[in-house]
Design a protein around this ligand. Structure first.
Ligand SMILES: Nc1nc2c(c(=O)[nH]1)N[C@H]1C(S)=C(S)[C@@H](COP(=O)(O)OP(=O)(O)OC[C@H]3O[C@@H](n4cnc5c(=O)[nH]c(N)nc54)[C@H](O)[C@@H]3O)O[C@H]1N2
Ligand SMILES: Nc1nc2c(c(=O)[nH]1)N[C@H]1C(S)=C(S)[C@@H](COP(=O)(O)OP(=O)(O)OC[C@H]3O[C@@H](n4cnc5c(=O)[nH]c(N)nc54)[C@H](O)[C@@H]3O)O[C@H]1N2
Ligand code: SF4
Ligand SMILES: [Mo]
Length: 858
């Protein structure tokens, strides 16, 4: 089998992958991001490339149609809206998961040809505060760090980053470096304990949004103990004095940390030259996200800990091409190629290069405002590309209602059923990972190729081609006559060369005569140049700026809702949700809650909790754990209306944004929590996709079909009919057992002599091994045994999956531990767990320490 060298489509680490059409997936040993490693999501890529659920034809109002009809309609509707209501009446909402070539073309069409800047992207929800913070400090949006810096650092500070789950290969690189140099220190700053905390020498359990107070306090301390770099700041930095003065006005204990925790952290930072501060969404997604970024950058600038090996601030990007999108200028307040939208010379130069009829001259609508404009009836035509805003934006139900108000909505996606597609008039099928060609830029500015290794399914087309075809039909053909991604990349590089009179960080000259087909992973500006090593920044005077920032006044609420990610799911699950292995890690939406809070509201493990805000409510499984801080709840962002209509976390989040970056504060919001008391709880395993009409439903793929966690507010009179409706099984033979005393119900369906569905209900949370029940589907085990939920003698119950690569369950691991496997290595030898991608190592360590409480739904 010949393997194709490509790049993982998930996180911003940007790992190299060797992939084959038969589903073979291997880490690329020659890629400098991962040197052959992959995490659990990367390893499972082969399980997500099937055509199940794919959108394979253009659709207009639910009817399949041909490309010409669909493209003509899109071009006509956009042109009509522009003619009738002006260019600002249309909008694109794009994504850091588009390839650079797709992104470049979308940005060019909107900004240069439609003449509006109404193109914003999901990077607004993700990186906007880092972009704004970088620009304030450096004069450009530069991420100066490289992955090697992480290995060379003596102190790594992880702020608002669950690296172990969200950038697993970087986490593994740090873990490996720490094994070689145990003196390396890791500090984890996060309001909750996460898998990342496992690697940390110190966990600073900060109050939500306590970061500015913490880093202002650090800056004041650095000044007090004479740890500032006088020479560097005198020559290369403005604003030192007033920034230190502003920092002194903050009370460090407003961070929620004790004086001794603060003193120890400050002394460690002041006493270590090689410090890397890694930060992510716990910093960016906040009402004071940009200030948090600058509070961190201030400390690095004041000490000259930037631009040197093993040193510097490092904003790790989430999406595979968040960086590429920033480079081509895909946000509503950027132009292209790191040029400034509010600079007339820059605009003129871009317009001249594009030879375009127009150029936007004012920033467009940022994501949250864009959907508000939809709600207000100001947007007449909207095109959503490679993102799922009806799920991922704050106040997602309000956003869904806003999209419904737009007279003409187009989506480009690989999948047919998504919450946003359900609201669109036109669905355009795109090629997906493995079928498309282009480039992505990872967190360390390294541009790598994504290459196709699969045939194009159905009528799908690449995003860049669809956008170019619409542009052509709108009358802009000559500027969009691209034949292949390489043509677009060449134009993007040429635009850079044509605007070299404007000094800035982005410099693509290294790609000037690159062989696109054979392009090897390459960092801009060069593979060796280190940004800011020469003390040169990009403000007009060449200096960096320290920015005085003020700690916010924190308001106390009964419960504050924090949201984020699971190890084995990717955002709205359209791809990772296809893999049964990945689905087995955490199979339903949950809310992490401190044991004291559980006592206070009377919640027990396995209960369902109604979490409610002014915006909406959800029903989530209680995961009671001391990893959560008292008064704070945490819920994952992954569940959608397709899989758990009651589990959509953004139904509760507020559309409150950082005033500078426009990034929503998705990590904290006031909510209430109370135990949801259904009349029955249920668990269903079946061969077909279960219906989702029960008040609480969460469905997931399994190795044998599907499973559903359920709870209802009314006990059905006829359980057989209920299960038939849930499974859509008209013909199966039902066997029903009810126990009047305990109120439990068990239903089995057999078809053709094999078990096709098993259902268990009870007035309290169903206690049964999910894995055992799931494994019985499709077998010819006796119905009575199946209804007992008993594994056959040769099928011991493995418990919920911990290691996704080798499918090793918790019970198997606990058994191995009790039989003497007392270390990670011994567990690996005995069960294989943790020996492939290593993403589960933090959980294995926790199991070994017996510190982890059982999962709620066991
Ligand atoms: N498995 C997986 N990996 C992913 C993704 C995925 O969907 N799944 N998505 C990718 C994308 S697009 C992104 S942006 C990244 C996100 O990667 P991360 O930012 O690492 O992930 P999150 O879980 O969103 O949030 C990180 C942490 O911020 C903490 N936090 C919340 N509030 C605060 C605060 O006020 N201060 C501090 N210091 N911390 C706080 C949370 O408790 C959480 O543990 O992950 C990328 N990688
Ligand atoms: N509460 C809460 N909400 C959050 C966050 C949080 O931490 N908490 N994080 C925010 C962040 S950082 C991010 S990045 C967003 C992510 O949120 P989204 O971008 O909305 O989530 P995805 O599921 O990644 O959506 C990608 C879509 O593109 C489709 N797709 C995949 N490949 C292709 C392709 O090649 N072409 C096209 N056209 N489509 C494709 C997928 O099927 C899917 O529908 O969520 C944000 N929302
Ligand atoms: S760390 Fe995992 S998800 Fe991220 S790029 Fe590497 S393999 Fe893909
Ligand atoms: Mo993100």
């Amino acid at each position: 089998m010949s393997l194709t060298r490509t790049t993982c489509p998930y996180c911003g680490v940007g790992c190299g992958v060797l992939a084959g059409a038969d589903g073979t997936i291997k880490g690329d040993p020659d890629h400098p991001a991962n040197f052959g490693r992959l995490c659990s999501k990367g390893t499972a890529l082969g399980e997500t490339i099937d055509l199940d659920g794919r959108l394979l034809n253009p659709k207009v109002n639910g009817q399949a149609t041909d490309w010409d009809s669909a493209l003509d309609l899109v071009a006509r509707k956009f042109s009509e809206a522009i003619a009738d209501h002006g260019p600002d009446s249309v909008a694109f909402y794009a994504s850091g998961q588009l390839l650079t070539e797709d992104y470049y073309v979308a940005n060019k069409l909107m900004k240069g040809f439609i003449g509006s800047a109404n193109i914003d992207t999901n990077s607004r929800l993700c990186m906007a505060s880092s972009v704004a913070g970088h620009k304030r400090a450096f004069g450009t949006d530069t991420v100066p760090g490289t992955y090697e810096d992480l290995e060379k650092a003596d102190l790594i500070v992880l702020v608002g980053s669950n690296l172990a789950w969200c950038h697993p290969v970087l986490y593994q690189r740090i873990a490996a470096a720490k094994e070689v140099r145990p003196e390396m220190r890791v500090v984890n700053i996060d309001p909750r304990r996460t898998a990342t905390t496992d690697l940390a020498d110190t966990h600073l359990q900060i109050a939500p949004d306590g970061d500015v107070a913490l880093f202002n306090g650090l800056l004041a301390h650095l000044a007090d103990v004479g740890a500032l770099d006088q020479e560097f700041t005198a020559n290369h930095v403005n604003g030192l004095e007033n920034t230190v003065q502003a920092a002194r006005a903050s009370a460090p204990t407003a961070s929620g940390l004790t004086p001794s925790e603060l003193a120890a952290f400050y002394a460690l930072w002041a006493g270590t030259q090689k410090v890397v501060t890694i930060y992510s969404q716990g910093v960016n997604q906040s009402v004071c996200g940009t200030d948090k970024v600058n509070a961190i950058l201030n400390c690095h600038l004041a000490t000259g800990r930037i631009g040197k090996p093993g040193c510097g601030p490092f904003s790790v990007t989430g999406q595979p091409n968040a960086m590429g999108g920033r480079e081509v200028g895909g946000l509503a307040n950027m132009l292209a190629n790191h040029l400034e939208l509010d600079n007339a010379d820059h605009r003129d130069a871009v317009q001249a290069f594009w030879d375009s009829p127009a150029i936007c001259n004012a920033p467009g609508l940022k994501a949250v405002d864009l959907f508000q404009a939809c709600a207000d009836g100001k947007i007449k035509a909207l095109w959503v590309m490679s993102t799922n805003p009806a799920v991922s934006l704050p106040d997602a139900d309000g956003v869904a209602a806003a999209i419904s108000k737009v007279p003409f909505v187009v989506t480009s996606d690989i999948m047919e059923k998504t919450d946003t597609n359900d609201l669109a008039h036109v669905l355009l099928p795109t090629t997906g990972w493995g079928e498309k060609d282009g480039t992505v830029t990872n967190s360390e500015r390294r541009i790598s190729r994504q290459r196709a290794f699969l045939p194009i399914p159905g009528a799908a087309r690449p995003d860049w081609q669809i956008i170019s075809d619409v542009a052509t039909r709108m009358g802009f053909g000559s500027a969009f006559a691209f034949e292949k991604p390489a043509d677009i990349f060449a134009e993007y590089v040429a635009l850079d060369a044509a605007t070299s009179q404007f000094p800035r960080d982005l410099d693509l000259s290294i790609f000037g005569d690159a062989d696109y087909a054979a392009l090897i992973p390459t960092q801009w500006p060069t593979n060796t140049r280190r940004f800011f090593a020469d003390g040169q920044f990009y403000h007009p005077d060449g200096k960096a700026r320290m920015i005085p920032v003020k700690a916010p006044t924190l308001t106390q609420t009964r419960f504050s809702l924090n949201t984020g990610r699971n190890r084995d799911q990717w955002h709205t699950m359209t791809r990772s949700g296809k893999s049964a292995r990945l689905g087995a890690h955490l199979a339903e939406p949950y809310v992490e809650m401190h044991p004291d809070d559980a006592v206070a509201i009377g919640a027990s493990p396995g209960d369902l909790i109604t979490v409610e805000s002014l915006y909406g409510h959800t029903i989530l499984r209680a995961l009671i754990t001391p990893r959560a801080a008292a008064g704070q709840l945490f819920a994952p962002m992954h569940w959608t209306r397709q899989r758990s209509p009651s589990g959509l976390v953004n139904s509760m989040t507020a559309s409150v944004t950082d005033p500078i970056s426009g990034q929503p504060a998705l990590k904290s919001g006031a909510v209430t929590a109370q135990v949801y008391k259904p009349k029955w709880f249920g668990f269903l395993a079946c061969a077909s996709t279960p219906a989702t009409q029960t008040p609480y439903t969460a469905i997931a793929r399994t190795q044998t079909g599907w499973q559903a966690e359920l709870a209802g507010s009314k006990r059905p009179a006829d359980w057989e009919a209920e299960v038939r409706a849930l499974t859509g099984m008209a013909d199966g033979i039902a066997s029903v057992q009810t126990d009047m005393g305990s109120g439990t119900v068990r239903v089995a369906f057999t078809e053709g002599g094999v078990i096709s569905a098993l259902f268990f209900a009870s007035p309290s949370p169903v206690v049964i091994s999910r894995r055992t029940v799931v494994d019985l589907i499709g077998t010819d085990i006796a119905t009575s045994d199946a209804l007992a939920g008993r594994p056959a003698a040769d099928m011991p119950d493995a418990g919920p999956t911990v290691c996704a690569c080798f499918n090793v369950g918790r019970t198997t691991l606990l058994n191995a531990i009790s039989q003497g496997a007392g270390s990670l290595a011994a567990l690996g030898d005995k069960t294989c767990a943790g020996t492939n991608c290593g993403s589960c190592k933090p959980e294995l360590t926790a199991l070994l320490a017996e510190a982890q409480l059982p999962m709620a739904a066991e």
